[in-house]
Design a protein around this ligand. Structure first.
Ligand code: SAM
Ligand code: SF4
Length: 473
């Protein structure tokens, strides 16, 4: 299966990826940092901000943690499993530190607040703990830690967006890039820890977003994914210089106008917030991709209410119909959580039927993992046995696989405009890219003079559940 590491929001393949930037900026003091990232695309984008801050203070990157003076692990708390993985990585770093005591170990990101005293004081696993809004203070915290102090800054901010920091693109293919447009989340989905770990929602200055996108385009990038936990509630208003309010649809259009050769995607949309204004912008601009990731989480209104998602099954379905009306060729994918507190077999069947009706091209599917401090953890018992959660998840995954296969079969005989991202994983004599709907397309190079970042028209001849296979025409 071809797997694109860049456009998946919470890509299992990327978990624990370590990064080295293509070029080292600024001066180097000879000190080296190693960074490993977990979780969603926001976290991977944050690691690029951290790399930029560290490079400005003289660090260069290494992909080998045994050679590093500073080892950073950018953490995720979304599910229990992510926390377990990070704990075992910390034990490995700790072993290396035994033979190199001056090496510093830092925990960054979403786990910082909750586990700071455990990691620092009780287990003495780390030297620094830095929350997602405190990365600017890293150089200071490193100094403190070098002086033997335990360094912590987990304060959340109401306005930090790192707008002025140019991220260092890490492990980049030079074609796709993430651009963070907002941070935090004001929704209170009862299962979700994000509002507690990443704080209140705030939008980034549109001028700085546009500058970053223009620079990316000038440096050869051809696809930008605008990132936020809830991009549709992007809102910027500058009272001082009289600039009119900028909403998400306006931002999308402005970025699309950078160049018709620049593809624009975004993630993630909340069904309650995505407006006709946004849908019309997608329909109007050829380079805003016909693709929407619209997490549903459950097909049962009763469960959705418990999840505090603020929409019903019917409301969600009406939104899907509206998308297909305004953008007939739109790819739609979703997130589903199975085995949420109190979910009955009937609720589960409703999720399966909603999936069939919505005809998702792909979904990210998880079973519910209770997170300490969330509304659900406080209000509802986690009462579905793990074996039952897994059985339901299995049914959901099987259905989605069948639908993904059908969706790909519908594309047989059609022509896709494909942005080439690089060699196919299986064979260097094939190109791999994506079409407008975010489907992976593979086709033979066949002596044609394409390059990474070029667009190719590909006639689709074959498919698997995850990949379209064709030839350029
Ligand atoms: N903001 C997005 C939304 O509205 O869906 C997604 C953000 S969340 C960081 C990413 C995904 O992690 C969610 O869509 C959900 O499927 C999954 N997730 C979040 N909390 C979870 C939990 N407690 N158990 C299992 N999966 C969870
Ligand atoms: Fe979590 Fe809900 Fe916010 Fe998504 S919208 S980050 S699921 S609280």
């Amino acid at each position: 299966m071809e797997t694109d590491v860049l456009s998946r929001r919470h890509d299992e393949v990327r978990q624990g990826e370590s990064f080295s930037p293509a070029e080292v900026l600024g001066y180097s003091s000879g000190r080296k940092f190693y960074i490993e990232s977990y979780g969603c695309a926001m976290n991977f984008a944050d690691s690029e901000v951290v790399a930029s801050i560290l490079q400005s203070s003289g660090y260069s990157a290494t992909g080998d943690f045994t050679q590093a003076d500073l080892v950073l692990i950018n953490t995720c708390s979304i599910r229990e499993k992510a926390e377990q993985t990070i704990r075992s990585r910390l034990h490995i770093f700790r072993q290396v530190k035994r033979s190199n005591p001056s090496m510093l170990i830092a925990v960054l990101g979403c786990m910082a607040e909750r586990l700071k005293s455990k990691f620092l004081e009780e287990e003495k696993l780390v030297d620094l703990v830095v929350g997602p809004d405190a990365y600017r203070t890293l150089p200071l915290l490193i100094e403190e830690a070098e002086g033997g102090q335990q360094s912590v800054n987990v304060l959340l901010s109401r306005d930090e967006t790192y707008a002025d920091i140019a991220p260092v693109r890490l492990n980049s293919n030079g074609v796709n890039a993430f651009v963070s447009i907002m941070r935090g989340c004001n929704n209170m989905c009862s299962f979700c820890v994000v509002p507690f770990t990443r704080g209140r929602e705030r939008s980034r200055n549109p001028g700085s977003i546009l500058t970053e996108c223009r620079n990316l385009f000038e440096n050869g990038y051809r696809e930008i994914t605008l990132l936020g936990q809830n991009v549709d509630s992007y809102h910027w208003h500058s009272g001082e210089d009289g600039t009119a309010a900028v909403g998400f649809a306006d931002l999308l259009e402005t970025v699309a106008q950078v160049s018709p050769l620049l593809r624009v995607r975004f993630s993630t949309s909340h069904p309650k917030d995505i407006t006709d204004h946004v849908l019309r912008a997608i329909a109007r601009y050829e380079n805003i991709c016909n693709y929407i990731h619209l997490p549903v989480h459950s097909g049962s209104t009763r469960v959705l209410q418990r999840m505090n998602r603020t929409y019903t099954r019917e409301w969600y379905m009406a939104k899907i119909r509206r998308i297909r009306e305004l953008i007939p060729a739109c790819g739609i994918t979703s997130d589903i959580i199975t085995g949420f507190c109190g979910e009955t077999e009937e609720d589960h069947q409703e999720t399966l039927s909603l999936m069939r009706e919505s005809r998702f091209d792909m979904s990210y599917m998880y079973f519910y993992s209770e997170r300490p401090g969330t509304l659900a953890a406080r209000r509802y018992p986690d009462d579905i046995p793990e074996s039952e959660k897994k059985r339901r998840l299995d049914e959901i995954v099987k259905l989605q696989n069948r639908m993904s296969q059908e969706s790909n079969r519908d594309d047989l005989g059609t022509v896709s405009k494909v942005l080439i991202e690089g060699d196919s994983k299986k064979s260097a004599s094939d190109w791999m890219g994506r079409n407008d709907q975010n489907k992976v397309v593979v086709f033979p190079k066949n002596g044609q003079h394409f390059q990474k970042g070029d667009y190719a028209f590909v006639k689709i001849d074959k498919c698997t559940g995850a990949t379209l296979i064709g030839r350029s025409i």
